[in-house]
Design a protein around this ligand. Structure first.
Ligand SMILES: *Cc1c(COP(=O)(O)O)cnc(C)c1O
Length: 380
């Protein structure tokens, strides 16, 4: 048996992405900044990729900056908004307790530089943040609100549209870490009040090490990397041409199949949730319905999550306990603590994230494997 149920950590490269990338790994190796024909071909590939991505996201190509992935995009978004705020004497940032570490650690750095950060608590169990909480937290000196689109651990989809409206009304910049959402949920930037959005290719069937930062026209980015004039001076360094081409191909395919994928995955997800609920002393993490189509997250009392993972791995199941970024650390997940799990409960967590290849038969096997493994760890 081999079942990959860790699609929130990373996804398999889509065939279409791989095929689109190959020429740029082989014969079309020019530097996009070079003036000769090889360079021009690479430059044209970047141009096309940006157009394709903009079409899929509902924005202008000039509003997209290519980066090395979600973490870099998050860091650049926060730093840029902080710099813009500083110019107006605004040094307050509102975010949430359940953000990815790429946001939380970048905020910690800004705090060290004198920014005041308010981390909003979330609703117990669901992990939801309300637009009212955001409205109440905004002050005259607030430079930025950053709330993730969908949570990578518990799958909860935050009310980003409503939060964006609050921010727009109050004249505050709004950033969303949409790394888990892009390619999985319908996002139309033309219709949403989002100023900055982070995305990462490898979460929707593109290659690792490639991402993008959307910045609405008029929102000036600060470069994290000084050097050449690539990406309009907002991100120095020779572009990852093959990566960007693969990302655009993956997004185009993911966006086209989005509704069909969700319609297939949601019943599988709910079947898995229903099956795991039969395990005694288990708790579903996150909201039942405002939930990513592929995400299943549980805590099992009296079970060590890492031991559970290893047992499952032995059976051929790839799952995860904490987010990949904190795996191996002994601390429980900050997200699970934030939704009200105790320290001990949070250490007994299991995330199964389904993907394009997951079948109904696999869901049956997952239920059986997890039920067995939990019973075994409880010594029954
Ligand atoms: C994976 C992830 C990131 C980091 O993206 P990388 O491309 O791996 O740097 C950031 N935020 C969320 C919500 C993620 O799931």
């Amino acid at each position: 048996m081999f079942i990959y149920a860790d699609n929130a950590a990373t996804t398999k490269l889509r065939r279409a992405a791989r095929d689109a990338m190959l020429p740029y790994l082989d014969e079309l190796y020019g530097n996009p900044s070079s003036l000769h024909r090889m360079g021009q071909k690479a430059g044209a590939a970047l141009f096309d990729a940006r157009e394709k991505m903009a079409a899929a996201l509902g924005c202008k190509p000039s509003e997209l900056t290519f980066t090395s992935g979600g973490s870099e995009s998050d860091n650049q978004a926060l730093l840029s908004a902080a710099k813009l705020g500083e110019k107006q004497g605004k040094r307050h940032i509102v975010s949430t307790a359940v953000e990815h570490h790429a946001v939380l650690r970048a905020l910690r750095r800004l705090e060290a530089e004198g920014f005041d950060v308010t981390l909003l608590p979330v609703e117990p169990e669901t992990g939801l943040v309300t637009p009212e909480q955001v409205a109440d937290a905004i002050r005259a000196d607030t430079a930025l609100v950053s709330v993730m689109y969908a949570n990578n651990e518990i799958g909860t989809i935050e009310p980003v549209r409503e939060i964006g409206e609050v921010c727009r009304e109050k004249g505050v910049l709004f950033h969303t870490d949409a790394v888990q959402a892009v390619g999985h949920l319908p996002i139309d930037l033309a219709a949403e009040q989002i100023d900055l959005l982070s995305l990462s290719a490898h979460k929707f069937g593109g290659p690792k090490g490639t991402g993008a930062l959307y910045a609405r026209k008029g929102v000036a980015l600060t470069s994290l990397i000084e050097g050449g004039a690539q990406e309009r001076g907002k991100r120095a360094g020779t572009e990852n041409v093959a990566g960007v081409v693969g990302m655009a191909a993956a997004l185009e395919e993911a966006a086209a199949a989005l509704d069909a994928d969700a319609a297939r995955l949601i019943p599988l997800r709910d079947k898995l949730i229903a099956g795991l609920r039969d395990i005694p002393r288990g708790m579903l993490n996150g909201d039942e319905t405002r939930r990513l189509p592929g995400n299943v997250s549980f805590c099992f009392e009296g079970v060590d999550g890492e031991s559970l993972l290893l047992l499952l791995d032995g059976k051929g199941v790839c799952a995860s306990s904490r987010s990949a970024c904190t795996a191996g650390s002994l601390d429980p997940s900050h997200v699970l603590l934030a939704i009200g799990r105790s320290h001990a409960e949070a250490l007994g967590s299991l995330r199964l994230s389904l993907g394009a290849d997951t079948t109904e038969e696999e869901v049956g096997c997952l239920i059986e494997a997890v039920t067995d493994a939990v019973a075994r760890l409880r010594g029954k």
